[in-house]
Design a binder for this molecule. Structure first.
Ligand SMILES: NC(=O)c1ccc[n+]([C@@H]2O[C@H](COP(=O)([O-])OP(=O)(O)OC[C@H]3O[C@@H](n4cnc5c(N)ncnc54)[C@H](O)[C@@H]3O)[C@@H](O)[C@H]2O)c1
Length: 357
């Protein structure tokens, strides 16, 4: 099988990540980069082409796949341009600035008949895949809550990510991944309603904090919370916190960190109606919140799931050869965009927004 010949538009943060990964990935030949800012191309690796323009890259007959890693507000035009040149396209997330923009892109993509997918490599984050596996195993009974949270401690928003018109803000940056994970985890479940808070805690233009509640028709209330300004005096290796919690009527599970640590926890007998023992705690005397009866709490190891971001491109290669489906399907990304619009609407009005009837 010949290598897929791929070129990348945008040699910034993500462009560099793609350069590193695709230079080493089996099944790919990285051809080169274009960037509106020529200074960004100065450190392109030896042997790769530094295209003088996007157009030159897109029109290069040796390029089969164009990967778009430019600012969010550039995706629409670049996708349309690449599609019209007959190139297959991988676009960085978020696929577009809104549903309307995406629908416009899809008209062109469909007309040109090219492959089109989105780089949602965080579907392979190990912490997420462990919690997804716990969910898929269905051993926690009826799930009532799923909580996904991410906290940063330095309040740092940077570069164009601080401007609305460029597609800045944390909802577009990390929110799109966190929502995509929840929706992909429960593919058949519809979201009945969305209630969200979206704030500029320290940024002037864009959101740097959000809490999103989604009520699903399978009974799950999912909560996604992200804060960039949770100031704390953490040791350096704790500067970034990631947590999952999933609760059902037959057990709970938690996962902490991107290198997942956690447990599945059950009780040896249901504790619905035990004698109310009075326990003295720091919060004062309590019956419901005291420790469980000795020996009734059972813990299990989390499933051993090993995934890595390279798996995204392994799937892409197989899908390109017709051996698998592309992992990330456009209607899924459209649904996430629509959800983000409902999030903004809820945050603006302070109301819960009905979503999928
Ligand atoms: N999948 C992920 O985990 C992930 C992580 C970070 C960023 N991203 C996405 O990658 C994209 C780029 O983000 P970034 O953080 O790397 O930004 P960045 O600012 O570091 O890099 C963007 C680069 O694109 C160039 N550029 C802008 N407009 C262009 C145009 N019209 N044509 C050619 N080049 C253009 C800029 O000069 C810059 O070099 C965004 O869509 C972002 O959401 C994805």
């Amino acid at each position: 099988m010949e290598d897929i010949r791929i070129a990348v538009i945008g040699h910034g943060f993500m462009g560099h990540e793609h350069e590193k990964m695709l230079s080493e990935m089996e099944g790919y030949r990285l051809i080169g980069f274009s960037d509106v800012d020529p200074a960004q191309l100065e450190d392109v690796k030896e042997g790769l082409i530094r295209y003088a323009s996007n157009d030159e890259l897109i029109q290069d007959p040796q390029v089969q796949v164009v990967l778009i890693a430019a600012n969010n507000n550039q995706h629409h035009d670049l996708v349309c341009q690449a599609a019209r040149a007959g190139k297959d396209i991988i676009c960085e997330k978020p696929i577009a600035m809104n549903v309307e923009e995406l629908d416009d892109m899809l008209e062109v993509v469909d007309e040109c008949g090219v492959n089109f997918t989105v780089h949602h490599q965080r579907r392979f984050d190990p912490d997420f895949r462990v919690i997804k596996e716990v969910y898929d195993q269905k051993s926690l009974g009826d799930i009532y809550t799923i909580k996904s949270s991410l906290y940063g401690f330095n309040g740092n928003m940077h570069d164009w990510h601080v401007y609305i018109k460029e597609g800045g803000g944390m909802l577009f940056d990390w929110g799109v991944h966190l929502l995509d994970q929840i929706l992909w985890m429960m593919p058949g479940a519809k979201i009945r309603s969305v209630f969200a808070d979206l704030r500029n805690v320290i940024n002037f233009e864009v959101d740097d904090y959000f809490k999103i509640l989604m009520k699903f028709d399978n009974g799950v209330m999912a909560e996604v919370e992200l804060g960039t300004y949770y100031l704390a005096d953490k040791p350096h290796d704790k500067w970034f916190e990631r947590h999952w919690f999933i609760g059902g009527n037959k057990g709970t599970a938690y996962v902490d960190g991107f290198e997942p640590q956690g447990k599945i926890i059950r009780t040896s007998r249901l504790l619905t109606n035990v004698q109310g023992t009075r326990t003295m705690t720091a919060a004062g005397p309590t019956r419901s919140f005291g420790p469980p009866v000795e020996g009734t709490i059972l813990t299990e190891e989390l499933p051993d799931v090993r995934t890595k971001h390279e798996d995204y491109f392994i799937n892409y290669r197989k899908a390109y050869d017709g051996q698998e489906d592309f992992l990330v399907k456009i209607p899924e990304t459209r649904r996430v965009l629509a959800l983000m619009e409902a999030v903004r609407e809820s945050a603006r009005t302070g109301m819960s927004i009905p979503f999928e009837a």
